[in-house]
Write a protein that binds this ligand. Structure first.
Ligand code: NAD
Ligand code: DAU
Length: 339
């Protein structure tokens, strides 16, 4: 089978490339990525010499380029990870989120419609469901929870989901969607909470916590997200949505304190800063459907996944130092300078 992985030079896409090359060595993987600030060819260097792997630079919203690629390659499966993914950036500048996350997805769908395919999988997010109240620990997102977005990022992701489902119903495209909770693991861009904590703590720098730090996220190791997507693209049912999560809810403050403790760094590094606009309170996934219908089971809990992740950042300092020593410094100053 020939699999197109879009956004494969980013965090989750690259982990998926490595997961597929390891678990399905018979398949061919084509990785398409625009190499935005979040895409990094260094991340893919261990795949570059694999004869089953090919990298192509391009934009999912570039219609001519996408149609030429589909005509030439004749993919069996497309897994769409490509997106603008950071909520804070979407609050500053929503437009590129519409272009990439919505128009990019519909461009891919049009190519799938024209050239045919066995499965188009859209990598979506639990953020399309909005948030849950902090005090209602009994509530979880199911696949039936109404879409109710908060940020420009999640709104663009929800719009894309609706187009994917519309192309299934209207044109009969063989699609699936997954909505996963917060990921962490290797190759995570240090603008996001967990790699930001690890990289800053290792440099004895302050850790900015938004608001009170009481917001809750449901953390999943990226390898478990990859194993779930792998099951869906091979065994999932056309037109279906699958939630992915492992019941690992933590407040942001708990996450920060756990990592500082593991790194033997003082809690005095924690600095409370002004809250994110429209900040979602709590995410929590009910993964019953993917567990019962596809037999998915996560390998890691938060308590086992965090130590191996910290170890990865300690062993791969050059990877994240190259990022934080570049353009990222301007980003950090702009976003946090007078927060
Ligand atoms: P990321 O920002 O690390 O990577 C995104 C990748 O997409 C980058 O390599 C970037 O260069 C590429 N890209 C951006 N615009 C593109 C375009 N127009 N054409 C081609 N490539 C483009 O993001 P991530 O955290 O790996 O997230 C991947 C996907 O998973 C996203 O769709 C996101 O919405 C979804 N998701 C993320 C999480 C999470 O916790 N990170 C959880 C659930 C779902
Ligand atoms: O739930 C899935 C989503 O998880 C994905 O769809 C997004 O692509 C991904 O970025 C992530 O979104 P979040 O907004 O939850 O992740 P982030 O790492 O930006 O923030 C996690 C929590 O930590 C959130 O409550 C905001 C808070 N935070 C974040 C940063 C960057 C801080 O307190 N301080 C910070 O500096």
């Amino acid at each position: 089978m020939k699999v197109l992985v879009t956004g494969g030079a980013g965090f989750i896409g690259s982990n998926f490339v490595y997961y597929e090359l390891k678990h399905h060595p018979e398949d061919e993987i084509v990785c398409l990525d625009k190499l935005t600030y979040a895409g990094n060819l260094e991340t893919l260097k261990d795949a570059m010499n694999n004869p089953k792997f090919k990298f192509v630079k391009g934009d999912i919203s570039d219609r001519d380029f996408i149609f030429d690629l589909f005509e030439k390659e004749r993919f069996d499966i497309v897994v769409n990870f490509a997106a603008e993914s950071h909520v804070d950036r979407s609050i500053e500048d929503p437009e590129i989120f519409v272009k990439t996350n919505v128009l990019g997805t519909t461009t891919l769908l049009d190519a799938v419609k024209k050239f045919g395919i066995k499965r188009f999988h859209q990598v979506s997010t639990d953020e399309v469901y909005g948030d849950l109240p902090l005090e209602r620990k009994d509530l979880f997102f199911t696949e039936e929870t109404p879409l109710h977005t908060s940020s420009p990022y999640s709104s663009a992701k929800a719009a894309a989901d609706l187009f994917v489902l519309a192309y299934h119903r209207t044109y009969g495209l063989p699609v699936t969607i997954s909505r996963c909770s917060n990921n962490y693991g290797p190759y995570h861009f240090p603008e996001k909470l967990i790699p930001l904590i690890i990289s800053r703590a290792l440099n004895d720098e302050t850790i900015p916590v938004y608001g009170t730090g009481e917001n809750v996220r449901d953390w999943l190791h990226v390898e478990d997200h990859c194993s779930a997507i792998d099951l869906i693209i091979r065994n999932g049912k056309d037109g279906e949505v699958y939630n992915i999560g492992g019941h690992n809810e933590r407040t942001n403050l708990e996450v920060v304190k756990t990592i500082l403790k593991a790194l033997n760094k003082p809690e005095s590094l924690i600095t409370f800063v002004s809250d994110r606009k429209g900040h979602d309170l709590r995410y929590a996934i009910d993964p019953t459907k993917i567990e019962t219908e596809l037999g998915w089971k996560p390998k890691y809990t938060f308590d086992t996944g965090i130590p191996v992740t910290i170890e990865w950042y300690l062993n791969n300092r050059e990877w994240w130092e190259n990022i934080i020593n570049g353009e990222y410094q301007n980003y950090y100053e702009k976003m946090y300078g007078d927060r």
